[in-house]
Design a protein around this ligand. Structure first.
Ligand SMILES: Cc1cc2nc3c(=O)[nH]c(=O)nc-3n(C[C@H](O)[C@H](O)[C@H](O)COP(=O)(O)OP(=O)(O)OC[C@H]3O[C@@H](n4cnc5c(N)ncnc54)[C@H](O)[C@@H]3O)c2cc1C
Length: 290
């Protein structure tokens, strides 16, 4: 049954310190509300447990795109549509553009935020694999100050995060790729659009001539958390593009993932498809003219 609106309380702090003080005064009492595209699904279904919300929409500190030499910093309230509109994101982080395009439809892209996608912590969310592939870091801010951590360390288990009750995710920072690079992003769902991922794989490879100098692979929907394929990366790092071990990489990937059976796909399907998408990516990489 739909939730009863008068049961809910919303505060709209005007500044970040005000928001953080509220969070710190009653740890766990206030739930941050960004675009609401995850929270309102629960609200509509009458399954929203939280009753008190902190609307983040007026916090300018969580907005904006800061383009500096060597890195790009995105406010946590950056929407998917804003990601799609930024020239620098197209130039340096095309996988992030693809992930934003693959998220819901335009209405969701206009409201849904990058920060909400991260903190909602769905293993099937679509920007996390791209963020992992690009070596993103996240900024977590409390009244005590701000700390940056690698995004790869943020998710600690299913819906468990390195995020204190008095902390907000404030910014996301990405190092700009340098030199010759290869970007790959593929989401596999029931349809091409408006579908939740059954498997998602994003990769960024740095090339030195025809050698795979470095590689990061981010995966969605194949583990309790968005995950790096570190064993597969280690197997492939330093290899010549003309001698990539496709089948050994497929095997290595199986050790990096831990998919489950659920309503969307079986664990077996996810294992087979993740391996196929990896080999597709490696074949494209082998054909790159570096
Ligand atoms: C029809 C539909 C289709 C969708 N399709 C997709 C899809 O294809 N791919 C996909 O990945 N997702 C999809 N989603 C899910 C959703 O749109 C995204 O996860 C979105 O990024 C959530 O962002 P939001 O700002 O709306 O988050 P909210 O709903 O406002 O918040 C989500 C969670 O994050 C917390 N939170 C938000 N911002 C912060 C912050 N700065 N600091 C701390 N905590 C914070 C909130 O407390 C809440 O727990 C879909 C949702 C709908 C309704």
């Amino acid at each position: 049954m739909r939730s009863f609106l008068p049961d809910f309380q919303v505060r709209v702090p005007a500044t970040l310190p005000e928001a953080l003080d509220l969070l710190a005064a009653e740890p766990g009492a206030w739930t941050p509300l960004a675009g609401g595209t995850d929270l309102m699904v629960l609200f509509n279904a009458g399954r929203l447990q939280a009753r008190r919300f902190l609307d983040l929409s007026r916090l300018f500190e969580l907005r904006g795109v800061q383009d500096e030499p060597g890195r790009l910093t995105l406010g946590a309230l950056t929407t998917f549509s804003e990601l799609r509109e930024q020239r620098v994101v197209h130039q340096c982080f095309p996988n992030l553009v693809k992930s934003a395009r693959a998220t819901g439809a335009l209405a969701i892209q206009n409201r849904g935020t990058l920060g909400g996608n991260i903190v909602n912590a769905s293993p099937a969310a679509d920007t996390p694999p791209a963020l992992l592939a690009y070596g993103a870091e996240v900024e977590l801010t409390s009244p005590a100050g701000a700390r940056w951590i690698p995004y790869a360390d943020f998710h600690q288990g299913y819906k468990r995060m390195d995020l204190g009750p008095a902390e907000l995710l404030t910014r996301i920072r990405l190092p700009k790729p340098e030199g010759m690079g290869y970007h790959f992003y593929r989401k596999v769902g029931t349809r091409q659009a408006q579908a939740i991922s059954k498997v998602c794989l994003a990769a960024y490879a740095r090339l030195e001539g025809r050698v795979l100098a470095d590689l990061r692979i981010g995966l969605g929907a194949v583990a309790p958390v968005p995950a790096r394929a570190t064993g597969t990366e280690a197997l492939l790092r330093g290899r010549a593009l003309d001698a990539l071990p496709f089948e050994a990489a497929r095997d290595a990937l199986q050790a990096d993932i831990a998919p489950i059976d659920d309503i969307r796909a079986s664990a077996h399907f996810r294992r087979v498809v993740a391996g196929n998408v990896l080999v597709q990516m490696l074949k494209e990489l082998a054909a790159v003219r570096a």
